[in-house]
Design a protein around this ligand. Structure first.
Ligand code: HEM
Length: 214
């Protein structure tokens, strides 16, 4: 395994790069999905068309759709190797300096993974033709989806766990890439905290506004 995937340092490095890529993607994805709140479907649909047809975005999407499985798979492999390396893991971590959520990253990651699968059934698999639906009308599909309380609860609970995961993930990715220094680590932690609140909160506003106000 190590021969193929490299040392745990290499794996953590690859995971951090994929993670920062996803962090960038979520900003773009949030920006586009906010257009769902406009009563006129044209702005969202034109943005989705631009995302689906622009060559640069298509290249970005390839990295993105590689980034998610790499991030998830490396995360699981690293965690299992960690557990095997440190059977008495619980006692040790109690005193670490890292954030509260660092102990639960694997569980938070698995929950976000389950959300992603449900989310792909809602949208991306429709685009691939694997699930029935009109991928030319994601605007209508998203507005219909967020009339269903069950999906609203699934999305909102998932965004809460996404916030917990991002809270540690943001600073940890910079640390793994060696971009931590007394001078700017506090700023990275600050930006990470703001990001881990604003982005999941932004995503949460979409189903709530669509359900109660549209
Ligand atoms: C209210 C929240 C969200 C809405 C309304 C939403 C909507 C959509 C839509 C309409 C698509 C299909 C876009 C297309 O392919 O043309 C999509 C794809 C996707 N979504 Fe979301 N999304 C939301 C939150 C999230 C979150 C939180 C994540 C990650 C944790 C995520 C990850 C993805 C990925 C990876 C794709 C496939 C790549 C792509 O097609 O861009 N989404 N989403």
């Amino acid at each position: 395994m190590n021969k193929f995937l490299g040392s745990s340092v290499t794996k953590k490095f690859v995971m951090a790069i994929a993670g920062l890529f996803i962090i960038l993607f979520l900003l773009v994805h949030l920006g586009i999905n906010f257009l769902l709140l406009i009563d006129d479907p044209v702005p969202f649909t034109s943005a989705a068309h631009f995302m689906a047809s622009n060559i640069l975005i298509k290249v970005f999407e390839i990295f993105l759709l590689a980034g998610f499985p790499i991030h998830i798979l490396w995360g699981i492999i690293l965690q299992i190797q960690n557990w095997l390396a440190r059977p008495s893991r619980y006692k040790k971590t109690a005193f670490s300096q890292t954030s509260f959520f660092s102990k639960y990253m694997i569980y938070l990651g698995i929950i976000i993974g389950i959300f992603l699968f449900i989310h792909f059934i809602n949208f991306y698999f429709v685009k691939l033709g694997w699930v029935e639906g009109d991928h030319e009308n994601f605007y209508g599909m998203a507005n219909d989806l967020f009339q269903l309380p069950l999906y609203i609860v699934i999305y909102l609970v998932s965004f809460l766990f996404l916030a917990f995961h991002l809270h540690h993930a943001f600073q940890s990715a910079f640390q793994t890439l060696g971009l931590n220094h007394n001078k700017y680590t506090p700023a990275i932690k600050g930006i990470g905290l703001i990001y881990s609140i604003v982005v999941p909160l932004g995503f949460s506003i979409i189903p709530i506004v669509i359900y109660f106000f549209k």
